[in-house]
Design a protein around this ligand. Structure first.
Ligand code: ADP
Ligand code: MG
Length: 361
């Protein structure tokens, strides 16, 4: 899968730019705050429908303008696509795929697959469980529409259950029938998410282990951590676990168990990287996980995703940089850096200079 061209208009610090990409390596270099990450953000929008860092689409409109508009052409082994995204402050976001409007953001996810890797991804090791759940959810949602819809429905039901728990706590009147109804919904969506995450982490562990061993000689392992603690549960078993804490849930006015609280541990030689790993070891874990995610997508889709590397080469030592460089030779990469000295080779590479939202090839 590769991106052929991107047009941006009134997006972040860009007025209007059209960029033609190579199917191999594309490097955007320039000083800080010139618009490098903004470009990757624009590409990311086409795979997830939302930004990887902004809270709202209004932030993405160039200061003083009324709308932003983006257009992307890309191809997989079967055909070519053109996707348009336009956002105006007073209207909803409009997305078209091959000139046909789509009604749900989630429909976008079936088309372009990307893996983004930036310095903030160190959070994957150091950050909160939400960050690691997000790693699973983001990859699985791109691969399986069924997973994404289970996730959306689960969270809707969870909001309802929590508000009911609060009501019961305040009023003292239990509403068991309604609670059971939400728990049943949570169980039926939750089991899909639980099973898929388990299978995903197993696969990611296998792939990341090999990468990590090649780079460091150390043994990386992953362990899914969940209050549910069941191996291949049936829907009934899953439901029983959700219902187990009902009394305490009412006392606290919140759901205490479920996939919204799950996490996974990243271990190096059996020690948790979050607690015992050096900064360098943690960074290498992220590198291994990201490469594993890329390979995972390839196993499912039979196509490599596009890799978006945001200023990460400069953070890696020479061996890790070499390893990553070898890894990306057969994939499309869009990378940013401040200094072109970090490039291992300029074969099959297109260089773009970015300065104040203007791109010079
Ligand atoms: N909505 C916006 N309108 C205009 N400029 C913006 C907007 N959002 C961010 N910027 C500008 O974009 C620049 C940051 O771009 P970014 O791509 O993050 O930089 P870098 O090149 O360091 O990756 C900053 O100068 C910021 O002021
Ligand atoms: Mg940046």
């Amino acid at each position: 899968m590769y991106i052929k061209s991107l047009t941006v208009e009134n997006f972040r610090n860009y007025d209007y730019e059209k960029i033609e990409f190579l199917p191999t390596t594309n490097v955007f270099y320039g000083n800080n705050a010139q618009g490098k990450t903004n470009l990757l953000e624009a590409v990311y929008l086409f795979s997830h429908g939302r930004s990887h860092r902004a809270h709202s689409d209004s932030e993405l409109i160039k200061f003083g303008k009324e709308f932003y508009s983006l257009s992307l052409t890309f191809a997989d082994s079967l055909r070519e696509y053109k996707t348009d995204i336009r956002f105006t402050n007073d209207k909803k976001k409009q997305i078209k795929i091959n000139n046909v409007p789509i009604t749900k953001l989630s429909m976008l996810m079936n088309y372009l697959n990307v893996v983004i890797f930036s310095p903030e991804d160190l959070d994957l090791v150091k950050g909160s469980p939400a960050r690691r759940r997000n790693f699973c959810d983001e990859a699985l949602s791109q691969m399986y529409p069924k997973y994404l819809s289970a996730l959306i429905n689960y969270h809707k039901a969870l909001v309802q259950k929590n508000s009911l728990l609060k009501k019961i706590r305040l009023s003292g009147n239990s509403n068991d029938a309604m609670l059971s109804c939400w728990n049943e919904q949570l169980a039926s969506y939750g089991i899909i998410i639980y099973n898929e995450r388990m299978a995903f982490l197993k696969k990611i562990e296998e792939l990341a282990k090999t990468v990590h061993k090649d780079i460091t000689g150390e043994a990386l392992s992953l362990e899914y951590v969940s209050g549910i603690k069941l191996k291949e549960p049936t829907p009934d078993e899953f439901l029983t676990v959700l219902e187990k804490n009902q009394k305490r849930e009412i006392e606290q006015g919140a759901s205490l168990i479920g996939i919204q609280r799950d996490d996974f541990k990243i271990m190096i030689n059996s020690n948790e990287a979050k607690i015992f790993g050096s900064q360098g070891q943690q960074r290498t874990c992220v590198l291994s996980l990201k490469i594993a995610e890329t390979e995972y997508i390839k196993t499912i889709k039979d196509e490599y995703p596009v890799l978006l590397l945001d200023d990460i080469m400069s953070e890696l030592d020479i061996n890790r940089r070499k390893y990553l460089w070898e890894c990306i030779t057969d994939k499309q990469v869009i990378m940013t850096c401040t200094d072109t000295d970090i490039l291992q080779s300029t074969d099959n590479t297109r260089l773009f200079n970015i300065s104040e939202g203007k791109i010079i090839r």
